[in-house]
Design a protein around this ligand. Structure first.
Ligand code: ASP
Length: 310
């Protein structure tokens, strides 16, 4: 059984962007599924799907990522292979077009799991990654407006309490991307990529590159999480969901239980997708929307779900 599931981030999406989001999710799930259909591995499928989402400025990963308080992009990504629990991750990289690809190289070509900032970029240059500026004009404009609001004291917040800011403006949080793919050999690979949360402090690392938080995969199944990283890290949402699947729970029940646990324990926003070794999928979120694309062997076309309602 070959199958793939992708997400475009849990959060609040504008209903008028529905078509644009659906197109981006469709493109990503189709490029991953095409790899699987042509005999490609789960790794190739996961990379293709996540890179398609990173290259789409609609989503908060790669090109068009959200900006930090001081106006830069600091990107996080990770990828994990279920069969041998190998993982690669990068955090706080600024000039990389496809952080998921760099995370993959960390997994394949180093003895490490997680590399950050300058060191990760140095490795990227050694590997031949060209310097790249992921900031788009649209994001820069959003950043100017939000920062102005913040400086005027609107919302009566002080920035270390970014959690309160996001509670009041959930639209600040959206658009991380993720994927779990299963190939014909039964290999499961999960990957996640993000720009983090808008106006985050410089140096802040979210859940995305943290093993078990943003991404996890075992021989039984894989998961990719999205939402407020500070909550996801505290409950290790992706690991929780994959552990539940290993006990025999269906991916859908495991995702629901994981999000329910997070909601009760840390009261923050999140979502998760999962796929098991039989090609069964699940997803759950406690936000307004979480665009999801699913394509399983035998389906004539992908299912696109979790879009914002008009
Ligand atoms: N989980 C990401 C982070 O906290 C953000 C998101 O999923 O939108 O960095």
């Amino acid at each position: 059984m070959r199958a793939i599931i992708v997400h475009g981030g849990a959060g609040r999406w504008r209903p008028q962007d529905r078509d644009r989001i659906a197109r981006g999710i469709h493109r990503a799930v189709a490029s991953g599924f095409e790899r699987l259909q042509n005999g490609g591995t789960a790794e190739e499928a996961c990379l293709a799907a996540v890179m398609a989402l990173e290259d789409d400025p609609t989503f908060n990963a790669g090109t068009g990522s959200v900006l930090t308080l001081d106006g830069r992009c600091e990107l996080d990504a990770s990828i994990m292979r279920g069969s041998d629990l190998r993982m690669g991750a990068v955090a706080g990289v600024e000039h990389i077009k496809n952080p998921i690809l760099l995370a993959y190289h960390v997994m394949q070509e180093t003895d490490h799991v997680l590399m950050v900032g300058e060191g990760a970029e140095k490795l990227a240059r050694l590997l031949g990654f060209e310097p790249y500026d992921p900031i788009t004009e649209e994001r820069r404009e959003q950043w100017r407006k939000l920062r102005e609001k913040l400086l005027k004291g609107e919302d009566t917040l002080h920035y270390p309490r970014i959690r309160d800011l996001i509670r009041k403006h959930p639209e600040l949080l959206k658009g991380t991307v993720g994927c779990v793919a299963l190939d014909s050999r039964g290999e499961i690979v999960a990957g996640t990529s993000t720009g983090g949360v808008f106006l985050k402090l410089f140096g802040r690392v979210g859940d995305t590159p943290i093993p078990g938080a943003g991404t996890y995969a075992t021989p039984f199944g894989g998961a990719s999480s999205t939402g407020i990283g500070e909550g996801i890290m505290r409950v290790l949402l992706s690991k929780t969901v994959t552990d539940l699947m290993a006990t025999g729970l269906s991916p859908q029940k495991a995702c629901e239980a994981g999000v329910d646990y997070l909601s009760r324990k840390v009261h923050l926003e999140a979502g998760v997708i999962a796929l098991n070794h039989e090609g069964e999928f699940g997803f759950a979120y406690n936000t307004q929307a979480m665009p999801v694309g699913i394509w399983r062997e035998g389906d004539p076309e992908p299912r696109i779900l979790g879009l914002p309602q008009a």
